[in-house]
Write a protein that binds this ligand. Sequence first.
Ligand code: FES
Length: 128
Amino acid sequence: MNDGLACDATLRNDSDMPTIKVLPHPVLCPQGVQYEAQPGEVLCRTLLEHGVNIEHACDMSCACTTCHVIVREGGAALQAAEDSEEDMLDKAWGLTAQSRLSCQVQLRDSDLTVEIPKYTINYAREEH
Ligand code: FES
């Protein structure tokens, strides 16, 4: 009987997988994007997997600010930023109290609404 398995999968989708809502960005996702992801996944990686080509100049090693996002809803449920993330964020264009580096954000089981700032400062590309 497969009914039990199908039911489990449905329940998991409804209850445990966070919905990530990305607000419209003029270049990266003009209509906005919404998708479900697995808890434990890295926000930046899930954005890329769902067609939002956010920059990630340092290859997700917390050494640039190009993956900067503003968590408009759901941020309180995330693990707090570490000092290294805070230090990099201080250099980000358009910094807000809800700013995070998406490569440092591990998803939990709560939904998120994120905005991608209009501009980025690409230190990794500009440093020589
Ligand atoms: S990709 Fe560089 S800090 Fe996230």
